[in-house]
Design a protein around this ligand. Structure first.
Ligand code: FES
Length: 232
């Protein structure tokens, strides 16, 4: 059962500002290191002359270039979070999402947390295995990837009036469960494995992405509840 799974470790969500600060420091540090190595390589033939000569200069220069490149790339390599991430109290999330009638979005991970009904046999068949279910066996949470539309990768915002996710790029639409309801997307929105741990935290495993449900999946059977936010 998903709710019996325990996290191997718990990562606190990282503030974007904090993350960028360390990334910048890492970049500057690696860049300075590279510059130092390149300078050393430049000086070495004059002081030691015969030990490495031009080959040493070239090697140190390349090493410096590599370090500097790594420093520039580092923020991108680390731009996502990996592994199991606790997103807060599952009960609080559930209450917030139901009272506001809106998924809770976590921008850094491109995740929208939704509620789902574990008493529905069709929803249970489609989602019971890999998504969080409360101990009452009735309520559930899911972590939907709304950062990347399965069509061509646009972000997919929530439309409060229709109560659907609606892609502004080419008009693909998805119901409240992220199931495909129209447009060129080949399937429903992708998602992540999630569970509720022993402390009642909603935990998302960002290392375990799940391909969205097929177009034919329609466990929710939800019609739009108001005007669309995008043009058809
Ligand atoms: S990218 Fe979303 S419909 Fe094309």
């Amino acid at each position: 059962m998903a709710d019996e799974k325990k996290p191997r470790f718990e990562l606190k969500p990282v503030e974007r500002r904090t993350f960028l600060r360390y990334s910048l420091l890492g970049s500057v540090g690696a860049g300075l290191g590279g510059f130092g190595l390149a300078s050393l390589g430049f000086l070495y033939p004059r002081t030691g002359d015969c030990l490495f000569g031009e080959a040493g200069w070239l090697g140190a220069g390349l090493g410096g270039f590599g370090l500097a490149s790594l420093g520039m790339l580092w923020p991108r390599l680390g731009d996502g979070l990996f592994g199991e991430v606790a997103l807060g109290s599952a009960e609080d999330l559930y209450d917030e999402i139901t009272s506001e009638r809106s998924p809770r979005r976590f921008p850094d991970g491109g995740i929208s947390v939704i509620t789902w009904d574990a008493t529905s046999s069709s929803a249970m068949r489609a989602y019971g295995e890999e998504h969080a279910i409360f101990p009452d066996g009735e309520r559930g949470l899911q972590a939907i990837n709304t950062q990347s539309c399965p069509h061509l990768g646009c972000g997919v915002p929530w439309c409060q009036t229709s109560q659907w996710f609606e892609c502004p790029c080419h008009g693909s639409r998805y119901n409240r469960y992220g199931e495909w309801t129209g447009g060129p997307a080949p399937r429903g929105l992708d998602r992540y494995v999630s569970f509720i741990d022993d402390d009642g935290q909603f935990v998302v495993d960002l290392g375990e992405g799940l391909t969205g449900p097929a177009r034919t999946a329609n466990a929710l059977e939800q019609s739009p509840e108001g005007p669309s936010c995008v043009d058809a």
